[in-house]
Design a protein around this ligand. Structure first.
Ligand SMILES: *Cc1c(COP(=O)(O)O)cnc(C)c1O
Length: 790
């Protein structure tokens, strides 16, 4: 046994004995997880310390994000350290196994794509030995756990630290104070290591936890005012209690604002403090040494906060502003106007006094600058950061920053031509595109060991783990029957593994000998799960009636959470369940078609589903999905994309070829041209298939448990409801073309080899979608940072 493994064994045994009075064989999975993770922390601690010093000495990027959807750390960290096999052997020798840790829960400090992107980016930056560290919030409860009861989503709190948090180090000495209008709190940092693959570099994810200045009011307790004694504590802790608190009321909005300011302020205070330790109060070097990436607008208050802090250090507003403008960069993640954050003046002034005044000063500067540049008055008023007595956070970030980027080529073009067109006209040099990426360590090596082994064998090395584009060399095997057969057999293995996981975790049985077609992502109207399930309903009707006779048996999987207050999305979940029940109860279609909703979609579920998928549904309305990253994970695992020309799908088919995927539906231009006179009711009248599926929502075919959900979905398409136009997301416009494409995919699966060739092409050409490529581009084009590799 190596010295390193001996140390792991000693640490493991000591921890188990000391904490639980147990041996490895006796320990529960959670106890084993605590002990093993702590032992691994010993292994990395020296490298971590060295890396921190190297980061601090270099020009350095801080990635600020309200979300980091890291998932389970243990397997990924073992993989990156190259210790999986040794640890597995060690545990086996003691009567335990790594497999037990499959029941350990995810850290879900994020909602979906945006938070997972942040996690992939930390992984890649660490692997590239870049001096980059993350800042975020240590939520007491992560994204809710989703249970499905009678087809309805039920939310349960995610108490992710219940069994301990072995991958964090609390740094009490580094706590800072953050002052709000209503109170002042302590921000206590918890540091998590971000372990790179094949490098000694270890990044830091610093998550701030909100705590009261005084833990407990002794006198009030003594006076028997028990609630009052902990009131300040509760109010402070509320700030980091949950991810995205409900903000339907002003109270909720203030809490959201407090969260955003909380981690922005704490992070900037931390950076300024670290700088002053080395450079004193001469801030001339500050901009040269720091880049701060704002992941969406949630951390944009960091901009006025830096200005405030620098003014406190004696700088003029203008000098502080110039530093901010050189330091901050902003990533936009959405083109939906309703999702662009704006905060009313009165709310900002109540929640975070002083911030709005600085934003007004920035705005005044903007007005002078635009006037000097001869920008017409109407454009200036459209660009005003405080128009309508509210702070427009995206505009603030574009103006008071160095670069702004979109997350896929199409998305960046849409930003330039619509949402941020005024800004692009004045500051074109600030705009960049950085197409998203995913880490192949987690999404291929960890999720799909069988496919990974094949790729490594054919390539003759594990190079692809740090250079995903190397897989292009394997394109030459696309006509090799032996290799394609092996790929087919690996998919079958993954079908079986996923089926076993579904049985074990959710008690759901599925037939692994069917095509696995998956639509897995947050439930949202623009992502069009409603189109997905309506098309399946039509297929069911056609199979049942005999109109469709040669259908390759398929299991359609859905997975995803709805925001708790998003009733239409909850209606869509209920509808998926109702269609699933209808089909399952009908012997006429038994064995041909099934619908399965996989509860509680998270990173671990994603790893299971993605490795097993044959068809990747990416069917958002063209022009609505900024990039998508689920599409990339599925591509890397050899699923073909059935999708619209939206987000990164455009670039996926550019890499893999149109013939290896299934692209359908209206393009951005068509949707744009048809918007004015689009009439879903005419399509309903003229297309009997559309009539059949929509009528099924309201004629008693499907049961929504008396909630009125299905009538509401029907109305949302044909009448328009809440602020939406009828069929706001053009489901009916694409319905026919989507069905055709679905049938084409289904027919193509029958030629196993030809279909496997398409999957293989996707695997071999997925290199562009590695987050290593994305991060290398950010590092050279935006952050101007360099590797710290020794
Ligand atoms: C990748 C991922 C997402 C993003 O999926 P999209 O299809 O890009 O929306 C969301 N949630 C989880 C758990 C993921 O792993």
């Amino acid at each position: 046994m190596t010295e390193r493994m001996k140390a792991v064994q000693t640490a493991l045994d000591t921890f188990l004995l000391r904490e639980y009075h147990k041996t490895a064989a006796e320990a529960s999975p959670n106890e084993l997880h605590m002990a093993l993770s702590r032992a691994m922390m010993n292994v990395i601690s020296a490298d971590w310390r060295t890396s921190r010093a190297a980061h601090a000495a270099a020009r350095h990027t801080f990635y600020l994000s309200a979300e980091f959807l890291v998932g389970r750390a243990i397997f990924n960290n073992l993989l990156c350290l190259g210790m999986t096999q040794e640890v597995e052997e060690l545990l086996r020798a003691q009567g335990a196994s790594l497999e037990e840790l499959e029941s350990v829960e995810d850290a879900a400090l994020g909602n979906g794509g945006l938070g997972r992107l942040a996690a992939c980016y930390l992984d890649s930056a660490a692997t590239l030995s870049l001096p980059l560290d993350g800042y975020g919030i240590r939520y007491r409860y992560g994204l809710f756990k989703q249970q499905i009861e009678q087809g309805f989503q039920k939310e349960q709190p995610d108490d992710w630290t219940h069994w301990g948090d072995p991958w964090s180090v609390r740094c009490d000495e580094e706590a800072v104070e953050v002052a709000f209008g209503r109170h002042t709190v302590r921000a206590v940092p918890y540091d998590m290591p971000v372990i790179g693959y094949g490098t000694h570099n270890i990044g830091t994810l610093r998550l701030w936890q909100a705590e009261p200045l005084i833990p407990f009011d002794f006198m009030r307790f003594n006076d028997q005012d028990y609630d009052g004694a902990v009131e300040a504590k509760n109010r402070a802790e509320d700030i980091s209690r949950v991810l995205y608190p409900n903000d339907s009321s002003d109270e909720g909005k203030i809490l959201r604002l407090e969260q955003e300011y909380f981690f922005s302020s704490a992070s900037l205070q931390d950076m300024v403090r670290a700088y002053k330790r080395v450079h004193g109060t001469d801030f001339l070097q500050f901009a040269a040494l720091h880049a701060v990436q704002l992941n969406d607008t949630h951390p944009v208050l960091a901009i006025p906060e830096l200005i405030r802090l620098l003014k406190n250090e004696g700088l003029s507003f203008d000098d502080a502003f110039e530093i901010a403008r050189a330091v901050f960069c902003y990533t936009n993640h959405t083109v939906m106007p309703e999702a662009l954050e704006t905060w009313p003046k009165d709310l900002l002034e109540r929640a975070v006094p002083g911030m709005y005044a600085i934003i007004e000063q920035i705005d005044a500067r903007l007005h002078r600058e635009l006037t000097d540049r001869g920008v017409p008055a109407d454009r200036i008023s459209r660009m005003s950061i405080t128009r309508g007595d509210a702070a427009h956070m995206a505009d603030l970030a574009v103006y008071a920053g160095r670069f702004v980027n979109g997350v896929a080529r199409l998305h960046t073009e849409i930003l330039k031509s619509s949402v941020l067109a005024d800004w692009y006209a004045v500051y074109p040099e600030r705009f960049q595109n950085k197409t998203n990426g995913i880490t192949q360590r987690r999404w291929l090596a960890l999720a799909n060991p069988e496919l990974s082994a094949l790729l490594t064998r054919l390539l003759g090395s594990e190079r692809w783990l740090t250079d995903l584009s190397a897989l292009r060399e394997l394109l030459s095997f696309e006509n090799d029957q032996g290799v394609l057969r092996e790929f087919i057999s690996i998919k079958k293995t993954r079908h079986q593994a996923f089926a076993a996981w579904l049985r074990r975790v959710h008690g759901i049985e599925v037939d692994p000998d069917t095509v696995f077609d998956v639509q897995i992502k947050r439930i949202h109207e623009y992502k069009r799960q409603l189109l997905g399930i309506l098309a399946i309903l039509e297929l069911y009707f056609e199979i049942k009636s005999g109109e469709l006779s040669d259908f390759a048996p398929t299991t359609f999987f859905f997975a995803g959470k709805s925001a708790p207050g998003y009733l239409r999305a909850k209606g869509i979940i209920k509808l998926i369940g109702a269609v699933s029940d209808l089909i399952a109860a009908d012997p006429a279609v038994a064995g041909k078609i099934r619908v399965v909703f996989v509860p509680n979609y998270n990173v671990t579920a994603a790893q299971q589903i993605i490795a097993a998928a044959d068809v990747s549904e990416q069917i958002s309305t063209a022009g609505t999905e900024a990039s998508g990253t689920g599409n990339m994970k599925l591509m890397a695992n050899g699923a073909v994309t059935l999708g619209t020309l939206d987000g990164a799908n455009v670039e996926i088919v550019e890499e893999a070829g149109l013939e290896a995927n299934y692209i359908f539906g209206a393009h951005v231009e068509e949707i744009h041209d048809r918007a004015a006179d689009y009439d879903p009711n005419a399509l309903y009248q003229s297309d009997s298939r559309i009539r059949r599926v929509l009528d099924a929502l309201v004629d008693g075919t499907l049961d929504d448990g008396g909630t009125g959900y299905f009538q509401e979905l029907y109305d949302s398409i044909l009448k328009g409801a809440s602020w939406h136009n009828p069929d706001q997301y053009y489901l009916l416009l694409d319905f026919g073309r989507y069905l055709d494409a679905k049938l084409t995919v289904n027919r193509d699966t029958c030629d196993e080899i030809a279909f496997a060739r398409k999957g293989w092409r996707n695997i071999c050409t997925c290199g562009k979608f590695s987050s290593d490529r994305a991060i290398a581009e950010y590092a050279s084009d935006i952050w101007k940072i360099e590797s710290t590799a020794r």
